[in-house]
Design a binder for this molecule. Structure first.
Ligand SMILES: Cc1cc2nc3c(=O)[nH]c(=O)nc-3n(C[C@H](O)[C@H](O)[C@H](O)COP(=O)(O)O)c2cc1C
Length: 372
């Protein structure tokens, strides 16, 4: 069976890279994103298309299963926030092979985002410049639509504050986060609080420890049984990371998503790179790995770390896991290499675990990075 799946993945990967990607990359990036959402919605809409998608993309291996913060993950590869902004893909993502997913970022009010164009590929650097500005349908509409759904994988709701002048006033910004958070108390398996959107009005105020303290104190007032993660920016000095973690320790924070888009534009192979927006993919990988490593070295398994940024292969994912990440999220690897990359990474991880003589993925977490 493993060989058949290997051949299937190789074939699908070849077809994607040789035929589909060159065509898709001729079309404007946001149009392709919308096309992917519509295709995913259609495939998720009935059991036959879900089953057929599963035959093409699924992979399972019990060594990849973990229980973390009371949630069972059948594999560690999740869809990062920002691809399924409005939660339209929750039916199809399990058939694509994902072990979990984050929807959003969802904000207190609907938001059309920044003016277009706002999404660009930088293929030589294997990245994407993202300046969406938190486009989403808003917490009311999205929570209403997802309210009575049973998800077959853990779904996290990534909440942020609406991209507007109003929410740049501290009190209104906090109220906006809390509104989005409260709308999803009964929906999904975990929350992520996004304090690191690089392309919204007023910057990233909640990376300031004092303001984060106020936000988390307000969140604490409405109890949830669900774990809460903080989505970190990759570009902060370690002193500020320390301060954010100090605040997190005083509140009910289960872990960190390391990390969001990078604002740095160093060493990019592409000649012209838009100045606005944050960058995903390979340009975000090193900083993500450094942050995972830093937090794990200081805190070990006290926090659950979700590694995110530049994962294109099983080796990339395994590196993050050995630095201390228990789970992995991705978007850009799937855009450059095709949706079969999820099964490729999962199968590759199972192989790498076996090669290292490990019986389960959790044994590999932090293996190359001893806590102090
Ligand atoms: C098109 C796109 C939109 C994104 N939108 C969001 C978002 O709304 N909220 C968020 O927390 N992260 C967002 N991100 C960041 C991703 O969740 C992730 O942190 C980043 O892309 C690094 O992972 P990758 O290299 O695998 O893409 C977005 C990324 C992309 C590519």
């Amino acid at each position: 069976m493993e060989i058949i799946i290997s051949v299937r993945n190789t074939l699908l990967g070849f077809l994607y890279r040789a035929i589909l990607r060159p065509v898709l990359f001729l079309i404007e990036a946001e149009t392709v994103h919308n096309l992917a959402i519509n295709t995913g919605r259609f495939l998720g809409s009935n059991p036959v298309t879900r089953f057929k998608t599963g035959v093409l993309f699924n992979y399972s291996n019990k060594t990849l299963s973990q229980e973390l913060a009371g949630i069972r993950f059948k594999n560690p590869i999740g869809l990062a926030a920002g691809f399924d902004k409005d939660g339209y893909l929750t039916n199809i993502l399990p058939s694509v092979g994902f072990g979990f997913a984050e929807i959003g970022s969802v904000t207190g009010e609907p938001c059309s985002g920044n003016p277009k164009p706002r999404l660009w590929r930088i293929p030589k650097s294997k990245g994407i410049v993202v300046n969406y500005g938190l486009r989403n349908e808003g917490c009311k509409k999205i929570s209403k639509r997802l309210g009575n759904k049973n998800f077959s994988i853990p779904v996290g709701v990534n909440v942020a504050k609406t991209n507007s002048a109003k929410t740049s006033v501290l009190k209104d910004g906090i109220a906006d986060y809390v509104k989005a958070y409260k709308s999803f108390l009964e929906i999904g398996a975990f929350f992520t609080i996004n304090i690191s959107c690089p392309n919204a009005f007023g910057g990233e105020p909640f990376t300031d420890p004092g303001k984060l303290e106020l936000l988390l104190a307000e969140i604490d007032k409405t109890e949830t049984k669900k774990p809460i993660f903080l989505k970190m920016p990759p570009d902060l000095p370690t002193s500020q990371v320390d301060e954010i973690i100090n605040v997190a320790e005083r509140h009910k924070i289960t872990g960190f998503v390391c990390s969001n888009l990078t604002k740095k534009r160093i060493k990019l192979a592409d000649k012209s790179v838009p100045v606005a927006g944050g960058i995903s993919g390979k340009p975000a990988e090193a900083a993500s790995n450094e942050l995972i490593s830093y937090i794990y070295r200081k805190f070990g398994k006290k926090f659950v770390i979700i590694g995110c940024g530049g994962v294109f292969s099983a080796e990339d994912a395994y590196k993050k896991i050995k630095l201390g990440a228990s789970l992995i999220e991705l978007i850009t690897g799937m855009i450059y290499d095709g949706p079969q990359v999820v099964a490729e990474i999962n199968q590759g991880l199972a192989r790498l675990l076996k090669k290292d003589g490990l019986e389960s993925l959790s044994e590999a977490v932090g293996l190359d990075n001893r806590p102090e």
